[in-house]
Design a protein around this ligand. Structure first.
Ligand code: DHB
Ligand code: FE
Length: 281
């Protein structure tokens, strides 16, 4: 089964799904930026590009290679992947979500099944991976428990694939919306994901090979934590000692976001406690 999925996942298919997902979400709507701001941002972006072209004496052949690559990124549907890997981490920093936040990435899908405060994420009967219990409490920054907070979690499987973006996976595999109890407590049973390799058979993959980089993100859990009257936290959590934690292609790891789960009593899996403190809106 693993092999079948590996063979069928293509950059074009996951890129197309990521593009479609992005288009359907609220934030993708047009904004009414004022003329002055568009002028400033675009002029500075172009000036930075002009400077690179001059300083490195970029040739016509290189310019044509760039042009053809940019066209192909669009045809592969890989703009969401490209932007979320190489730019989103700076946007996230500027947005000031601060220590607890991280990038959303291209694979969030709203509306995952709602689950009680202690729940197992939807998964296949034979889901591969070390069982992981992720538990904690959602409070305000003042420490007051937030009753009925929601903890949305989504992550890749043991092969590094996300449901709805790779073929052959159940629709909501390893995705859920957990409703915390009156004390803001939650216990989520899942499996520990594997490192994620961004598709290598598309334009982003070609760039990575051409530049001699690697294509990996460390294993990570994605989360969106929210409560009425409070600011949403979008974040990711990583695993101490895991591959690529210190060398993430998306530059999205912060020391505060690295978990160190401990083995459970009968050694049947690992568990970790992580709390969220939400700012008031
Ligand atoms: C990408 C994938 C991810 O899972 C992620 O968290 C961030 C970026 C990507 O392929 O662009
Ligand atoms: Fe991810």
């Amino acid at each position: 089964m693993t092999d079948i999925i590996t063979e069928q996942a293509t950059a074009a298919a996951s890129g197309a799904a990521a593009t479609e997902q992005f288009r359907s979400k609220q934030r993708a709507e047009r904004i009414d930026a004022d003329t002055k701001r568009v002028d400033t941002l675009v002029t500075e972006l172009l000036t930075a590009a002009h400077d690179i072209l001059c300083r490195h004496k970029v040739t016509y052949a290189e310019y044509d290679a760039l042009k053809s690559w940019l066209i192909q990124v669009g045809e592969d549907g890989e703009w969401p992947l490209f932007l979320d890997v190489w730019l989103e981490h700076v946007v996230e920093e500027v947005a000031g979500q601060s220590r607890e936040g991280s990038i959303e990435g291209p694979y969030y899908v709203p509306g995952a099944p709602r689950l009680p405060a202690e729940a197992t994420l939807p998964m296949r009967e034979d889901e591969v991976g070390t069982p992981l219990l992720f538990q904690g409490q959602v409070t305000g920054v003042d420490g007051v428990p937030l009753s009925g907070a929601t903890v949305e979690m989504w992550h890749a499987d043991d092969d590094g694939y996300y449901s709805q973006f790779a073929p052959g996976l159940p629709e909501w595999n390893l995705r859920g919306t957990v409703i915390a109890d009156e004390q803001g407590n939650f216990k989520i049973h899942t499996i520990q994901p594997a490192p994620y390799q961004i598709p290598t058979d598309g334009s982003c993959g070609r760039l990575i090979t051409a530049a001699g980089w690697h294509a990996w993100r460390p294993a990570h859990l994605h989360l969106k934590v929210s409560a009425p009257g409070h600011q949403l936290i979008t974040t990711q959590l990583y695993f101490e000692g895991g591959e690529y934690v210190t060398d993430d292609i998306a530059s999205a790891v912060k020391p505060e976001l690295v978990l160190d789960p401990t083995p459970v009593a009968d050694d049947s899996g690992r568990e970790v406690t992580y709390n969220f403190a939400l700012d008031t809106a």
